[in-house]
Design a binder for this molecule. Sequence first.
Ligand code: PLP
Length: 366
Amino acid sequence: MHVRYSPLGQQYADPEPIFKELRELVASGDFTLGKPVSEFEAMFAKMLGVKHAIGVGSGTDACKIPLKALGLGPGDEVITCANTFWATVGAINEVGAKPVFVDCNDNFCINTDLIERAITPQTKAIMPVHLTGDAVDMEAVLKIAQKYNLPVVEDGCQSLLGEINGKKVGTFGIAAAFSMHPLKIINVWGDAGIIVTNDDAMAEHCKLLRNHGLKNRDEMILLGYNTRLDSTQAVVGKYIVPQTPWIVEQRAKNAQYLDAGLKNIPGVRIPERKPNIKHVYLLYILFVEQRDALLKYCIENGIEAKIHYPIPLYQQKALDYLGHQPGDFPVTDRHAKECITFPIDQHLSTQELDFIIETVRNFYLK
Ligand SMILES: *Cc1c(COP(=O)(O)O)cnc(C)c1O
């Protein structure tokens, strides 16, 4: 059996309804901030229960634009997690600020007990990342943010429709970023991102920043970027948004199925599943013994398992200037050695899930 990692071929097995609307769009020529963009934004805002959703060119830009709107620039520091994905620090870097790392917990999110000691007079924002589709302890983050009067911009790119005590991820901070890259919970046939906020001034500022700072066709009131969500991709977004609740439900069901099948295998440790958190499982990660050997065994047996991430972000060459040494973030380091990621998407069959369980069991019990 072959268990592929990416479900994209199945997700868009019947693209005819999308092609139909794309044909209409092409005939209209409404490519730049066209009607599908505002329609998609309205659908997305409704889904998250927020006042504003602003489509941009990528999830990275969805992280960057709110930071820029907050006035961050050179000399400023943004606190984030040492094990996050490139894009979070890319966004911080693009506004000229410096990422300041804090280690994570075994739920792959920032260890909130370590945030306060990372705060300096230069700290201007906190960017918690809801990594893997799990959720940051936002109550703790907001407490610290209030105490130090720091804005919080959530990186929700891996956690669309995740919840903490029934409240949606992305609705805790002043703004949040989501990605529609092909490997995210929903995707739009290429790069795209979306910012959500309940703050009217933040929304206005982000809209200006994504479109050259243009107030109207002829007046530029601040220096911005060109990072608009394309109308073509908004058409795909409109098609996929109504499926989102089903997608995350199915992923969670698959995760429960794998958890149940894998939990008693010696050598396998399942991350804690907190009852107050709705985990949306962008990634299904386990802690395992003999990780590299298991990875090789899975791949030889046809399962496209992966490692997120084999080299911790804070140890990447591009971040040498921060002066970190291996060992600075021990939990992140341990994850790089112990973690393995299995396919978990909505299109997996029970047979495929059973095959993953059986293969892992065979590896440890052979
Ligand atoms: C995917 C992702 C982003 C944004 O990435 P894009 O590829 O630019 O959409 C940001 N943060 C995290 C944690 C991500 O996983």
